[in-house]
Structure formats: C-alpha cells, structure tokens
Design a protein around this ligand. Structure first.
Ligand SMILES: Cc1cc2nc3c(=O)[nH]c(=O)nc-3n(C[C@H](O)[C@H](O)[C@H](O)COP(=O)(O)OP(=O)(O)OC[C@H]3O[C@@H](n4cnc5c(N)ncnc54)[C@H](O)[C@@H]3O)c2cc1C
Length: 264
C-alpha cells in the first residue's frame, strides 16, 4: 500500500528520512504520476512552508503552495513570477501544488523555472548535517541525502518585464516551455538585461547579457538585428543535442525580438 507521511517539523522529517531510506520527499503530489511506495511531504511543516517577504527578496519554503505565493498579491511580486504562477493549472491544483515540487521535478523544467532563473533565485539545500546555498543557475538536481529547504527570490521590478508560455496553456507537455525577458534602463542606456528559457532544457547566458548591457536607447533596427544574431548563436549552442522542435526554437527567437522591440 502506498502511503504519505507527514512530519511535525524539519527534525522529524530528517529523522524519518534517516530511519527509512526508501522515503521520497514530496510536496503536494500533483506532479507525480506514479507515487512511490512511501513519501513524506514538506507541506504543513511550518519551517518548510512559510513565506517571508523582506525588503529586497522573498523567502519561500518549498512546501509553500502556488496559491499561497499568489496571495501575496500582484503588486508585491515580480511581474514575471505572478504571471507564471497564475498560468499554472487551475485554482484547485494551485492550492496543493508547491513551489518546491515545481523546481525539483527532474527532466523537463516547469513553468516557474525561467522566471526564477531570470530573477537570480538561490536555493537552500539541507541535509541532516549540512546546509548549502546554490544559485538556481547551477542547479541540476537535489543531491542524495538533501532536501530543498528554502527558495530565496529577489524582488525585482524592472521597466520591461515579459513572461510568455510556449506550448499549451495550464498544463505541461513535452512542447511546454517558459520565456522571460527583464530589461532595465537608466539615462537612455540599457543597464540590465536578462533572458531566460526553460523547458526541454535551460538557457540563460550571462556572457550574452553582458554583451548587450550598455546599449544606447532607443535601440535601432540595426541594433536589434545584431543582438538577435548573438542570441541565436548562443541559443543554438545550448540547444545542440537537445530535444527542441523548430517551432519552439522559432517562438523563442520571435519573443526575443519582440522583447527588444519594447526598448525602441
Ligand atoms: C491538471 C494539471 C495541470 C498542471 N499544469 C501545470 C502547469 O501549467 N505548469 C507547471 O509548471 N506545472 C503544472 N502541473 C504540474 C504540477 O502541478 C506543478 O508543477 C507543481 O508545482 C508541482 O508541485 P507538487 O508540490 O505537486 O510536486 P510533487 O508532485 O509533490 O513533487 C514533484 C517532484 O519534486 C520533488 N520534491 C518536491 N519537494 C521537494 C523538496 N522539498 N526537496 C526535494 N525534492 C522535492 C518530488 O520528489 C518529486 O520528484 C500541472 C499538474 C496538473 C495535475
């Protein structure tokens, strides 16, 4: 028989994990098709489900539900994060689905991945004896013996903020991906640019972004054509040997051009 265990606090969760090597850490189980024999949920453990809003960032426990984060309100969340959250599934699923589950699902990256990546989110990973912090940019999977224990999301509100889903709405299929563009300007100059894509693989290139930052505004058609060539080259490198259709690739490039056109 399959069972989901609940723990009162984080020490009890680690105690359970230590005593039962087969236990898997889960959130709301909305992603898992075939539940493993024994799981233990982060949801309901206060230390792992809290959301704390600081001046410059948000700390969300992995067990916080998508609905709880949305409840912070559109004006208090980065636009791309709010738009991504509201695009996921439906209100019933969002009441159960956790942010930890959205990040930790292996393989195809889910809807929150690109917004969190563009915002420079940091993950806290905990084992019974160790805590480490890792930028989402370097994250591959939760290491053996660790759980995702906190998600620190910078609260950025840049001038241009674009989130788009590629593929079907409100569900995840092999054709799903997320696109994010953030752009900030100061005195007719581009001072920050972030471009992120996540789905069949993850793409964000600081080298590319640094090459674009500093452009005088408004961007001309020639500027955008040149930027587009650089983006295409970098994206192509990342996409080599990845499962990505020509349609998704083209959509990414169209969205990139559209985003830079907002700065003309
Ligand atoms: C009808 C429907 C529509 C959906 N639409 C979307 C959509 O549009 N976009 C989207 O992104 N998703 C969608 N989903 C998938 C899913 O609901 C979400 O991705 C959700 O955020 C997953 O969270 P969860 O808590 O249910 O994860 P779970 O199913 O509980 O876990 C997912 C994975 O993460 C691991 N995990 C969870 N928490 C931790 C932790 N703290 N430490 C280590 N590992 C952990 C689990 O072991 C598991 O491998 C949809 C699902 C359904 C049923």
């Amino acid at each position: 028989m399959k069972s989901i265990l609940f723990a009162k606090n984080i020490s009890e969760l680690f105690f359970q994990l230590k005593s039962n090597k087969e236990l898997t850490v889960v959130g709301g189980c909305t992603q898992i098709d075939d539940l493993l024999e024994k799981s233990i949920s982060t949801h309901g453990i206060a230390e792992l489900s809290q959301i704390t809003r600081h001046e410059r960032f948000l700390d969300a426990g992995p067990g916080a539900t998508l609905a709880q984060i949305l409840a912070i309100g559109q004006n208090h969340l980065p636009g791309v994060l709010y738009d991504a959250l509201i695009s996921i599934a439906n209100p019933i699923i969002r009441n159960m689905a956790t942010i930890g589950g959205n990040i930790c699902t292996e393989g195809h990256r889910h809807t929150l991945y690109a917004p969190l990546l563009a915002l420079d989110t940091k993950l806290e990973l905990k084992s019974q004896t160790e805590t480490k912090v890792e930028p989402l940019q370097n994250f591959k999977k939760v290491p053996e013996g660790f759980i995702l224990s906190n998600i620190r999301i910078p609260l950025l509100f840049p001038e241009v903020s674009i989130f788009r889903r590629i593929g079907p709405e409100h569900t995840i299929t092999p054709h799903s991906a997320s696109f994010v563009f953030l752009g900030d300007t100061e005195r007719n100059s581009l001072i920050d640019v972030r471009l992120a894509f996540a789905g069949p693989f993850v793409f964000r290139s600081r080298t590319l972004e640094n090459a674009i930052i500093g452009h005088r505004l408004p961007l001309t058609k020639k500027d955008i054509d040149e930027i587009q060539v650089m983006v295409e080259r970098e994206f192509q490198k990342a996409a080599t040997d990845q499962m990505i259709s020509d349609v998704v690739r083209q959509q990414f490039l169209n969205l990139t051009r559209y985003s830079f056109e907002q700065l003309t």
